[in-house]
Structures are given as structure tokens and as C-alpha cells.
Design a protein around this ligand. Sequence first.
Ligand SMILES: Nc1ncnc2c1ncn2[C@@H]1O[C@H](COP(=O)(O)OP(=O)(O)O)[C@@H](O)[C@H]1O
Ligand SMILES: [Mg+2]
Length: 243
Amino acid sequence: MTNLIKIKNLNKTYSTAAGDFVALKDINLHIQAGEFLGVVGKSGAGKSTFLNMINGVDQLTSGEVTVNDVSIHSLSEDARALWRSKNMGVVYQSFQLLPMLTLVENITLPMDLSDNFHPRKSRDRALELLKLMELDEHAHKLPSFISGGQQQRVAIARALANDPPILVADEPTGSLDSITADHIFDVFEHLVTQQGKTIIMVTHDMALAEKFSRSLNIVDGQLVEIANASESIAMDHTIRMRK
Ligand SMILES: Nc1ncnc2c1ncn2[C@@H]1O[C@H](COP(=O)(O)OP(=O)(O)O)[C@@H](O)[C@H]1O
Ligand SMILES: [Mg+2]
């Protein structure tokens, strides 16, 4: 098994008017290629901060993150952005769609910027991804004309645009109804099992923990491995029964 992502002694402190706030404390973790890793935890625990360290969207305070032997925080901002466009799809918790572009244009843009696909092919691919997200009929609308859940699925389609080996998704089902959320989860599972992708997905839905190939819990900026999520849920149940 290859360790695709290595996180070593990672710390993140935010400087605020009220003083320093330690958001991540001494995190060490190896993520293997082909894992579907779930990261659960309460609101404010540090899940988004953790993802932003793995995708290099935000700076770390100390430690190192290497992806495929590239120490991503050692790269310049431009080099990191280019690296990300080729290696990682990112689904942001707040979607971050460009309001002046149609849905299909939002998805085509990262392909055209990275030059990974011929422009003629990128548009077809964008439409295919919209179809996968069951949104093809809305392709030419602006983001403000569709619902939050639909915008979230466009953000997922955009993250998949460059066909990256790694997908990092921050609460990608947070705005979806349960049927649509299940569909997205199936799409992710398919990407892992059939296409060999590696997915790191944050959710505050603890019930999902047992569905990942591995689950981690972030508690107050510290990582706690969930040994066997389904077992611990079963144990919980037993304890409750005895009371
Ligand atoms: N830019 C920032 N500046 C200061 N504090 C922040 C910033 N971003 C996040 N935090 C704080 O760090 C903690 C973890 O935030 P976050 O990673 O967004 O948690 P989660 O995604 O688990 O809800 C929270 O207490 C949050 O208020
Ligand atoms: Mg968050």
C-alpha cells in the first residue's frame, strides 16, 4: 500500500483580535491511495481547517503535508494552485461558484485554466458531469437561479472536472435531502472502488461514519481514529439497552 498523503506534526493556530486560537493540535496521519476517508466531528472542531491544510488552500503554522512526495506547503502560491488543479478536486463548504458564470461555464473553467482537456472536450465533459449530478437541464442558468442543494452538486461536478486522483470534500452533502445525499455518496463510492480515486470527506453526520473505509473524529483540533465505527455504534446500542 502506498502512503499517498503524509501529515507530520501538523499544527494550525489562527491569530485573532482576542489572541491566538489553536485550531489543530499536532496531527500525524498517513492516508493511502484508494481510501475513502471520512472525517467527522462537531461544528467548530477543526474539520474545514484540517481539509484546508491537506489541499493547501490555507497555510499551516508548523509541520508538513506531503502528497505524492510533494511537500505542498513548500510550494509558492502559484505553483501550489497549479499543482492542485492537476491533483486535487476541492469541494468547498460554501460552494464558491462564480456568480457571473453559468453552471456549465463554472465547471468548464478549471479545465480550461489547467489545460488538461481540449476546450471542445471540456464543455462536453462539463455537461456529462452535470448529467451525473442530475442537473443537465439547468446547465445554462446562473448559480443564483438554482437552490443551495443544486449549487452544492455543481460544486462537486466542478471538483471532478479535471478528473483528479484525489477529492477533498467539505460537507458535500450538507445541503442535500437524504435521497440526493445518498446518490452523491454512491457517486463517491463508485469513484473510489471503480476508478481508484482517493476521497477525503468531511461530514458532521456521525451516522455516515460506518460507511467510509476509515473514519476519523476531530475533537477540539485533535484527531481520534474511530477503530471500527459500526462496532462502536453497536456497542453504544448495547450500553443503552442495559440502562
Ligand atoms: N480564519 C479564522 N480565523 C480565526 N478563527 C478561525 C478561522 N477559521 C476557523 N476558525 C476557528 O477555528 C475553529 C475550527 O473551525 P473549522 O475548521 O471551520 O471547524 P469545523 O469545520 O469543524 O466546523 C473554530 O473555532 C473556528 O471559529
Ligand atoms: Mg467546516
